[in-house]
Ligand binder design. Structure first.
Ligand code: ZN
Length: 156
C-alpha cells in the first residue's frame, strides 16, 4: 500500500468514527426555548426527520439546536451543523452550506468558500446520491429557516 493510500484509509476511518460519535451523542440535541428561526427537514427516501431551531441575536446565530430521528449520516450532519454555525452571521453559515454542497455534488458556488473542517467527514457520501440527501437535509432546513423563518423542506 502506498503512503497516500494508507493516509486516505486512515482519514476515512477517522471520519467514520467522527460520524458515529456525532450520531450517537449529537451535540445541541433538544429544543431552543427562544428560537427565532425554525425549519423541519424530511427525507422520505431514508426516513430522516429533523427539526432545527436557531436563535438569531443581532447579526449572529447565537444558538442552535435540533431534534429528530434518522440515519447516522443525517444526525451527524445536523450535529456538525449546530457546532459549525453557532456564533456565525447567517450569511457566513450559508457559505458552509455552499462549500459542503459543492464538495458533495460538484455544484460550484462562486466566491470564496470556507474550509470545511470537521464537515469534511461527510465527504464519504459523495459517491452515493441518496446519502447526499441525508448529509444535506439539515443544511437545507437551515437555509429555509434563515430565509423564511419557519418552513418544512423535503428532499423529494
Ligand atoms: Zn438518512
Amino acid at each position: 500500500m502506498s503512503a497516500d493510500a494508507a493516509r486516505r484509509d486512515e482519514l476515512r476511518e477517522l471520519y467514520r468514527e467522527l460520524i458515529l460519535d456525532h450520531a450517537k451523542r449529537p451535540r445541541h440535541f433538544g429544543t431552543l426555548p427562544n428560537a427565532t428561526h425554525r425549519a423541519r427537514g424530511i427525507n422520505p427516501l431514508c426516513g430522516d426527520r429533523l427539526d432545527l431551531q436557531f436563535r438569531v441575536d443581532g447579526s449572529r446565530i447565537a444558538d442552535a439546536a435540533f431534534e429528530g430521528s434518522g440515519c447516522a449520516i443525517s444526525l451527524a450532519s445536523a450535529s456538525l451543523l449546530t457546532d459549525t454555525v453557532i456564533g456565525l452571521e447567517p450569511s457566513a453559515a450559508m457559505r458552509y452550506f455552499d462549500a459542503l454542497l459543492g464538495r458533495l455534488t460538484g455544484r460550484e458556488a462562486g466566491g470564496e468558500l470556507p474550509e470545511l473542517g470537521k464537515l469534511e467527514a461527510l465527504e464519504g457520501v459523495r459517491e452515493f446520491p441518496s446519502r447526499v440527501k441525508c448529509a444535506t437535509l439539515a443544511w437545507h432546513a437551515l437555509d429555509s429557516a434563515l430565509k423564511n423563518g419557519q418552513q418544512t423542506v423535503t428532499t423529494e
